[in-house]
Design a protein around this ligand. Structure first.
Ligand code: FE2
Length: 207
């Protein structure tokens, strides 16, 4: 695998004021790029160098896992947001969310609660499980739902470095900005479509 820092899908200032250019710059250039540099150093000249990030997340432990997952999680996080996001999802996505959570508002509420309840550093996820059910969950530190066979559809970084410059310790205000103004439902819909394709290819399970 050739390790490379995926480009940001928008300008550093594009998420302002909900996530400032200063935060995006620090987060991307120092934290995200830093995990990639550490990972490259850890696997240099080793068999792990041949594996994809997803394979490293599923099979490695310790520092290699932590850094590989943080690279993947951050890339997924940048793509979970867009400028002028957070509005209502399209009809099909809305119907899926109503089916799974009762309403779009309930889904967002569950994400907000999971973010608020996650102690210390971690991530909040919207995922699809092996049986096709959607759920909101959170993980500690670098952990990723792929480790447990679930497919990530959306993520929110709740490490302090994601919001401290803009909101200090007020994580809830950062989460509200994400949910109401940045969240990209189109990205969720695309991931859901890929997940459905993968599930259709998997063997049937009728319980
Ligand atoms: Fe982060």
């Amino acid at each position: 695998m050739k390790l490379a820092l995926a480009p940001l899908p928008y300008a550093e200032s594009a998420l302002d004021p909900y996530v400032s250019a200063r935060t995006v710059h620090e987060h991307y250039e120092s934290h995200h790029a830093g995990y990639l540099r550490k990972l490259a150093k850890l696997i240099e000249g080793k068999p792990e160098e041949q594996l994809s990030l997803e394979e490293l997340i599923r099979t490695s432990t310790g520092d290699v896992f932590e850094n590989a997952a943080q690279v993947w999680n951050h890339d997924f996080y940048w793509r979970s947001m867009r400028p002028d996001g957070g509005g209502p999802p399209d009809k099909a996505m809305a119907a899926t969310l109503v089916d799974a959570f009762g309403s779009v508002a309930n889904c967002k509420q569950q994400i907000a609660e999971a973010a608020s309840e996650r102690f210390g550093s971690g991530w909040v996820w919207l995922t699809r499980d092996e049986k096709g059910r959607l759920r909101v969950e959170s993980s500690a530190n670098a952990d990723n739902p792929m480790q447990s066979g679930r497919i990530p559809l959306l993520t929110l970084d709740v490490w302090e470095h994601a919001y401290y410059l803009d909101y200090q310790s007020e994580r809830d205000r950062y989460v509200k900005g994400f949910l109401d103004h940045l969240l990209d439902w189109t990205f969720v819909a695309e991931n859901l479509e890929s997940a459905q394709d993968a599930i259709q290819e998997a063997p049937e399970d009728d319980d």
